[in-house]
Design a protein around this ligand. Structure first.
Ligand code: SAM
Length: 292
C-alpha cells in the first residue's frame, strides 16, 4: 500500500512495509538530499546508530520522526524487532552517524534479514567518504577496492599490506587520525616509499585537504606539521604496476593463505607447484614479505 502518492519523479513515495537506506552528510549539512529529508520526515521510525547524534541532525531540519537505536552492539537483537514492525506494515529509515549506512557502519544484519523475510529495501544515493575521496584523488577510478578500516595492530597492518601489495586496483582505507602515522610507517616497510598514496582529510568541511604523492614524501610532509592529519581521513593507495620479473599475484596470494596453516617452506612449495614458479623464489618472497 502506498501512503503518499508519487506525482512525478521529484516527489517522494513512501511505501508501507519498506526499509529505506538513507545517507546523511559526512560534514557539510548542505549535502543531504531533498529526497532523504522527505523520507526521514514521512517514515514511521528512523533507526539510527546514535539517536542523540541523529537527533541533532533532525532538529536542524525540523524533523520530528521517532528515533530508535541500532548500533553494532544491538543490531542482531534490534533487527528482529524491526523486521516484525516492517512485516506488520511499518515504514522505517535506516541512518548511520555519517555517510551511507552499511559502509563501515551498522545495517548489514537488518538488510540481509529484510531480504530473507521478503521485506522491500529501498536505497537512496548520497554522501559516502570513500566515493567522495576517490572522485578527487587523481588515482585511477575505473577499478578500485574498498578495504574498510585497517587492522589496529602493526602486525595485522603489515600482513594486510602484504596481501594487497600486488593488487593492481586503487585501494581505499578508512583510518583514524591517531593511528595514521603508524599505518603509514607499516606501509613504508611493506610497499616502499615510491608507492603513490593520497590523503583525503575532512572532506566537505572547513579544513578539507587532499594531498597525494610518493609515500616517503607524504610522510615527510606530515612530519613538518602533524596538524595536517587532524580530523577524519580517507587513505588511498595506488594500485601495483607490474614489472617484468614480478611473481604472479595468484602465487603470492596462495602463499599468504597457505602459510596460515603450514610452515612457509611447505606453503611456498605447494604454491610454486600450482603456479609453475620456482619454489625458492617464492620462499624468499615469503621471508621478505610475510610478518608471522
Ligand atoms: N558510512 C560512512 C561513509 O559512508 O563514508 C563511513 C563511516 S566510518 C565509521 C567513518 C570513517 O569514514 C572515518 O574514520 C573516516 O575514515 C571516513 N570519513 C567519514 N567522514 C569523513 C570526512 N568528512 N572526511 C574524510 N574521511 C571521512
Amino acid at each position: 500500500m502506498v501512503v503518499k502518492q508519487m506525482t512525478d519523479e521529484t516527489s517522494t513515495m513512501v511505501d508501507t512495509s519498506t526499509l529505506y537506506i538513507v545517507p546523511t552528510p559526512i560534514g557539510n549539512l548542505g549535502d543531504i538530499t531533498q529526497r532523504a529529508l522527505s523520507i526521514l520526515e514521512h517514515v514511521g521510525i528512523i533507526a539510527a546508530e546514535d539517536t542523540r547524534h541523529t537527533g541533532r541532525l533532525l532538529l536542524h531540519f525540523g524533523i520530528t520522526t521517532r528515533l530508535v537505536s541500532l548500533h553494532d552492539h544491538n543490531e542482531q537483537y534490534k533487527a528482529n524487532i524491526l523486521i516484525e514492525k516492517l512485516i506488520s506494515g511499518q515504514t522505517i529509515a535506516l541512518v548511520s552517524d555519517a555517510g551511507t549506512p552499511l559502509i563501515s557502519d551498522p545495517g548489514y544484519h537488518l538488510v540481509s534479514r529484510c531480504h530473507q523475510a521478503g521485506v522491500k529495501v529501498v536505497p537512496l544515493p548520497g554522501a559516502c567518504a570513500v566515493i567522495t575521496a576517490l572522485s578527487a584523488s587523481g588515482l585511477p577510478s575505473d577499478r578500485f577496492s574498498f578495504e574498510g578500516f585497517l587492522p589496529t595492530k602493526s602486525k595485522g597492518r603489515r600482513n594486510k599490506f602484504t596481501e594487497i601489495a600486488q593488487n593492481p586496483r586503487t585501494m581505499i582505507f578508512y583510518e583514524s587520525p591517531n593511528r595514521l602515522l603508524d599505518a603509514l610507517d607499516d606501509m613504508l616497510a611493506v610497499l616502499g616509499g615510491e608507492r603513490v598514496v593520497v590523503l583525503a582529510r575532512e572532506l566537505t568541511k572547513i579544513f578539507e585537504t587532499i594531498r597525494g604523492g610518493p609515500l616517503s614524501e607524504i610522510i615527510d610532509w606530515i612530519d613538518e606539521d602533524t596538524n595536517r592529519i587532524r580530523g577524519e581521513m580517507v587513505l588511498l593507495v595506488a594500485g601495483h604496476r607490474a614489472k617484468k620479473n614480478d611473481l604472479p599475484l595468484e602465487a603470492t596470494n596462495a602463499v599468504v593463505l597457505l602459510v596460515k596453516e603450514l610452515p612457509l617452506k611447505k606453503a611456498a612449495a605447494i604454491a610454486a607447484k600450482l603456479f609453475c614458479v620456482k619454489k625458492n623464489v617464492l620462499y624468499r618472497w615469503g621471508l621478505n614479505n610475510l610478518h608471522q
